[in-house]
Design a protein around this ligand. Structure first.
Ligand code: ABU
Length: 888
């Protein structure tokens, strides 16, 4: 047993010695072989610029640099690629600062060895580097630059990028806006060229899609004011374009200014890492808690180009997307990133782009080497002045196409990557995939997983509800009812005037003029109804017609109603101012009608010109918005009020008010002047004058007041309606109630004892007066006969006296002659006495005669006491010309 054990030990010692011997010999062999192999491989140097330790912008180098190193290893280990060459990466950190980017680029260029190509990330740095690199015939391949500005081939002659342009988001954004019915959006952007050029592209696309961009706000570092402006402009759907550090500041501001929740939707860029809104709050001096940031971020949408291969196919490197992810995680863990904690390094999303960028340049170099070999040239001969090799690399890269871990990698003629976009939404703190949009084929794949705080899609604006301010229905009905009563009353009074047209009380009040006045008032009452017919009853087109109708109705109504009254006081006034010769004729009614007709004709001509030249139209006055008490309702009430206006409204109103104002003031003057006069043939002149006071005062008050309160529909309507109703009702009452009362008093019999309501003469008195006149004439004839007889008798007496004198020679006075003289003297004194009884002074005699001709009124003194002597004198009585007390 012991021997067996020993022999076994011996044999194992032998095996070990053989293995040791073999290994030792081979190590020597390896030691000799390896330097030979490596001496054969030529190095191709590439420069790398990675943003890693900066404080703003995109620090995507954190994940992209390890990914690039992985690719470098894989490419160098690939036997089919770059045989005889090995790629070597020289890299620096740019911190995503363009100045630093330029500095490291110079270091790469001026430090040996010569770099054949540059890899760069972060748009701001790529812009600087790519613009300069062409001067060194260097191709720049950007793995992390989204700026649309980089698609300018003239400016960036030698630039390629595996990162898609940020413009790929825009068709997706537009598609989403259309999908959710948003046609009013706002933009908030950081002031960087990458975002400016993205917004320019977005604006153009919005214009084509007829989406209104309500405001475009930008900020450099502090977004406070920009966010405030968004709120001010009632922006609800906002596209935000900024780097992640700025995004955190914006989100905090969104929380503070309450621009989140059910009423708002934010579009953010999709390449921020998960939980981006929770990191670095303290370091960056952000004054919001994680919870607040979470609240503000809830529900936002992101759009991003798909940067990871979507299927599980093996890519050019022999890895699937999953393999790559696992390897990357391992590499990142080695670098100290705690992947399991959920905090991924910046640039994690873009890592496949950096990986594929290295593969793309390796493939391009491979092609170039072959091409150059045909020309007897070598890639390692590249120098910064060698344009030929640069062109070969350019052409090779231009035609490179492969399936990478980021998907199909190919470059457009502008050097851009063609990509699919994805849409995500933050629901309960995590990003949920909502769908994809193929911007090339315009195909949307949608999973209907979106969630909104209020269950319904948020509105793109506060819904503005236009509410027409309308006259209150009860007010309209009550005013219209009263106006209706007025119309009925006016019609009844017209019938009354016609029915009792034979009565003195009507005859002597100029019934035709009164009827015109009643028609005028009826029209005014109709206009009350028309003024109240606003948008609640009529359509917009009908409202315009209504404007013209109410203007005509009220204007003609006023002119007829007021004009008829004005004509009466005007005639009364004229009678008192005419000279004796002009008063030989009786009062002529046509003169009253002519005056009314003239006023109406002026009005009609004026209204016709107004209507034809500058017609009234519907003008809407808008008021300050009002908000409903119900906060759930996302609406704003916009009150509006309809008005009737012409383009040159002030001019037309100025003319109207001037003319009517003068007419009213003149009417007032005439009414005042004739306040003490009573005229038999215009028996109601004093009542008409009173009506003129009433109408004039009401009009002169109402017009300016309604102009001031025109924005308050109820007050304005009530004021106008009441002014029309009061003035018309009072006028009709004043002029007609005494007439109606008189007719009622008379009953159906025509009483001889009736007297005029206003103290004027009746027809019976007129007849009596005519009778007395003819009696007077007869008596006058008798008187003439008597005088003739007296004269004859005197003659005879004188003849007799002369004969007697001759016969007796006596020259004394005759008692008969003395008697005749006495009679004559007595008659003269009586005449004078009667004149003084009439109460007239000498200077009134002419006036008395004027009135005699006009009013043909019998004198009380002539009728009763001294008929014989009244033939030559005429004394006016109270019925024809009365100096009464003022009724003012
Ligand atoms: N996806 C990162 C892009 C960074 C940049 O364009 O600067």
């Amino acid at each position: 047993m012991r021997n067996l054990t020993y022999s076994r030990r011996k044999s194992s010692e032998k095996v070990f010695s053989i293995i040791f011997y073999f290994l030792t010999c081979n190590l020597w062999l390896w030691a000799l072989y390896l330097p030979l192999v490596s001496a054969k491989k030529k190095e191709l140097h590439i420069g790398g610029i990675f943003p890693i330790n900066g404080t703003g912008g995109w620090q995507g180098g954190q994940a992209c640099e390890p990914a690039a190193q992985m690719a470098l290893l894989d490419v160098n280990n690939n036997k089919d690629l770059l045989s005889g060459y090995t790629l070597k990466l020289h890299w620096y950190d740019s911190e995503c600062e363009p100045g630093r980017g330029a500095a490291v680029m110079y270091q790469l260029l001026y430090k040996d060895p010569v770099k054949v190509m540059l890899l760069a990330g972060c748009s701001t740095v790529c812009t600087t580097v790519a613009e300069a690199a062409k001067k060194w015939n260097l191709i720049v391949l950007c793995y992390g630059a989204s700026s649309p500005a980089l698609s300018n081939r003239q400016r960036f002659e030698t630039l390629f990028r595996t990162h898609p342009s940020a413009t790929v988001h825009n068709p997706t954004r537009i598609k989403l806006m259309q999908k959710f019915g948003w046609s009013r959006v706002a933009i908030l952007q950081q002031a960087e060229e990458v975002f400016i050029s993205t917004v320019e592209d977005l604006e153009e696309r919005c214009k084509v899609a007829k989406i209104e961009i309500v405001t475009r706000q930008s900020f450099l570092t502090d977004p406070t004011e920009a966010v405030r402006n968004l709120k001010r402009q009632d922006a609800r759907i906002v596209v935000g374009l900024f780097y992640v550090v700025a995004a955190r500041r914006v989100l905090c501001e969104i929380f503070k200014q309450k621009l989140y929740g059910k009423a708002y939707v934010w579009f953010f860029i999709g390449w921020y890492e998960d939980k981006w809104y929770e990191f670095g709050l303290e370091d960056e001096g952000i004054n919001c808690t994680k919870e607040e940031m979470r609240q503000a971020a809830e529900g936002h949408l992101t759009t991003e180009a798909v940067m990871w291969n979507q299927d599980n196919r093996t890519t050019i490197s022999g890895m699937t997307e999953k393999d790559f992810r696992m390897r990357l995680h391992a590499e990142l863990s080695k670098k100290g990133f705690d992947i399991d904690s959920g905090r991924l390094p910046e640039g994690y999303q873009e890592a496949p782009l950096a990986y594929d960028a290295v593969w793309a340049l390796a493939l391009a170099f491979n092609k170039t080497i072959e091409k150059l070999a045909e020309q007897g040239k070598k890639l390692e001969e590249f120098s910064y002045t060698n344009r030929g090799i640069r062109d070969e690399i350019y052409n090779a890269l231009n035609t490179t196409s492969f399936l990478g871990v980021s998907g199909k990698t190919a470059f457009s003629e502008k050097g851009d990557r063609i990509a699919l976009t994805q849409v995500e939404q933050m629901i309960n703190g995590t990003y949920n995939l909502l769908g994809y949009y193929d911007t090339e084929n315009l195909i949307m794949q949608w999973y209907n997983k979106e969630k909104w705080t209020s269950e319904k899609v948020p509105q793109d604006r506060t819904i503005e509800k236009t509410v027409l301010r309308k006259v209150s229905l009860s007010l309209f009905i009550s005013m219209s009812t009263v106006a209706g009563v007025g119309i009925v009353w006016a019609i009844l009074l017209i019938l009354f005037t016609y029915t009792y047209r034979e009565r003195n009380v009507i005859v002597l009040s100029h019934p035709v003029t009164n009827t015109l006045m009643l028609i005028g008032h009826a029209l005014c009452f109709v206009s009350v109804f028309l003024v109240g017919l606003d948008g609640q009853f009529v359509s917009e087109s009908m409202f315009t017609i209504m404007c013209t109708l109410r203007k005509w109705c009220l204007s003609i109504g006023f002119t007829l109603g007021y004009g008829a009254m004005f004509s009466k006081v005007w005639r009364v006034h004229r009678l008192t101012t005419k000279n004796k010769s002009a008063t030989k004729h009786k009062i002529q009614p046509w003169k009253l009608y002519l005056l009314v007709a003239t006023l109406v004709a002026i009005e009609v001509i004026y209204l016709t010109i107004w209507t034809l030249v500058d017609p009234l139209r519907r003008v809407v006055e808008s008021f300050q918005p009002e908000f409903p008490d119900d906060l759930e309702e996302d609406i704003r009430i916009m009150p509006q009020l309809e008005h009737c206006e012409s383009y040159h409204n002030n001019i037309w109103l100025g003319i109207t008010y001037s003319f009517k104002g003068l007419l009213l003031i003149f009417g007032l003057f005439l009414a005042y002047e004739t306040r003490s006069l009573k005229v038999r043939h215009i028996n109601d002149s004093r009542l008409v004058a009173m009506s003129i006071y009433n109408v004039a005062v009401l009009c002169l008050i109402t017009t300016p007041v309604t102009m001031i309160i025109s924005s308050q529909q109820d007050a304005s309507f009530a004021f106008v309606a009441l002014a029309i109703i009061f003035s018309s009702m009072i006028t009709m009452g004043l002029v007609y109630i005494p007439k109606v009362a008189e007719v009622i008093r008379e009953g159906n019999e025509r009483s001889d004892r009736s007297s005029a309501p206003d103290g004027g003469t009746t027809k019976e008195e007129e007849e009596r007066y005519q009778k007395l006149l003819s009696e007077n004439e007869q008596l006058q004839k008798i008187l003439e006969q008597k005088e003739e007889r007296l004269r004859q008798l005197r003659q005879k007496l004188e003849d007799k006296n002369a004969i007697r004198k001759l016969e007796s020679g006596d020259d004394d006075g005759d008692p008969a002659a003395i008697k005749v003289d006495m009679v004559t003297t007595t008659e003269d004194s009586k005449t004078k006495d009667i004149a003084s009884k009439g109460g007239m002074k000498n200077n009134n005699v002419e006036q008395i005669e004027v009135l005699e001709t006009y009013y043909t009124e019998p004198s009380d003194s002539a009728i009763g006491h001294t008929p014989k002597l009244s033939v030559h004198t005429h004394t006016p009585t109270t019925t024809e010309f009365e100096l009464s007390e003022s009724y003012l």
